[in-house]
Design a protein around this ligand. Structure first.
Ligand code: ATP
Length: 243
């Protein structure tokens, strides 16, 4: 369903962040991307939903080339791809409920979204997903009063409210302590299993990658140097990825 065909990304001043990367990810996989800082993990994730369109190569989602899509169709495709950021990307002075409702923005036209018009099914979906991440009692609390783990659960609920086929998560637990990080990862794994949502996640914690992912992709200098089951990621391969 996600197919990267020979993609390269070059930034200004000659930085080649990805070099001829090809990668196919099937529905329902839980893929962790690992590698040194600067190896291209964020760029890879952002190219999948065209936040950073590749300089060369093609990104295909369900067989459709993103480069061939009109603005409107690209918006529709992106609506089915949730994105979870390391720093949560929430509206701090707004409630949990309003933040989660923003997941429906991908489906509303500009006029409705400017007026904040949502349907009753949008409200119901937001409420259901807040309950699904265990935040029912915080529903109308401002998000800046929440802990880091709770904030990241709000971002998961917001992504779920898009009814996504894919969730992209860029270092979502790196600011959290180990126990909290695992509880956030548990939620991602739960929705991966229960809803068959494909999860593609950047992680610098190899232990978490091995514990949760069904497949690990190692990036080094913008190239894939490992792509296999977690059990195949031996210490000597790790040394190579992180050298
Ligand atoms: N907007 C940008 N403009 C120019 N160079 C960039 C930009 N974004 C990233 N880069 C460069 O591209 C390379 C890959 O960066 P990227 O953020 O994808 O790596 P990463 O593995 O996610 O690193 P980190 O774990 O530190 O976030 C790095 O050399 C980085 O400095």
């Amino acid at each position: 369903m996600v197919n990267l065909k020979n993609i390269s990304v070059s930034y200004q001043r000659g930085v080649n962040a990805l070099k001829d990367v090809s990668l196919s990810i099937d529905k329902g996989e839980f893929v962790a991307i690992v590698g040194l800082s600067g190896s291209g993990k964020s760029t890879l994730l952002r190219s999948i939903n065209y936040l950073t369109p590749p300089t060369n190569g093609e990104v295909c989602i369900d067989g459709v080339k993103l480069s061939s899509l009109s603005k409107r169709k690209l918006k529709n495709t992106r609506a089915k791809i949730g994105f979870i950021f390391q720093d949560y990307n929430l509206v701090d002075n707004s409630s949990v409920f309003n933040n989660v409702l923003l997941g429906r923005l991908a489906y509303t036209n500009t006029f409705s979204s400017l007026l904040g018009l949502f349907s009753s099914s949008d409200y119901n979906l937001a409420e259901k997903n807040i309950c699904n991440v265990g935040l029912k009692d915080k529903m109308f609390q401002r998000v800046d009063r929440l802990s880091g783990g709770q904030k990241q659960r709000v971002s998961i609920a917001r992504a779920l409210t898009q009814n996504p086929n894919i969730i992209l998560a860029d270092e979502p637990v790196s600011s959290l302590d180990i126990a909290t990080a695992e509880s956030v990862m548990d939620y991602l794994l739960k929705f991966n299993h229960k809803r068959q949502i494909t999860v593609i996640i950047n992680l610098h914690d190899i232990r978490l990658a091995k514990k949760y992912a069904s497949r690990i992709v190692g990036l080094k200098d913008g190239k894939i140097v490992f792509d296999d089951k977690p059990t195949k990621l031996t210490d000597s391969i790790l040394n190579e990825v992180y050298y």
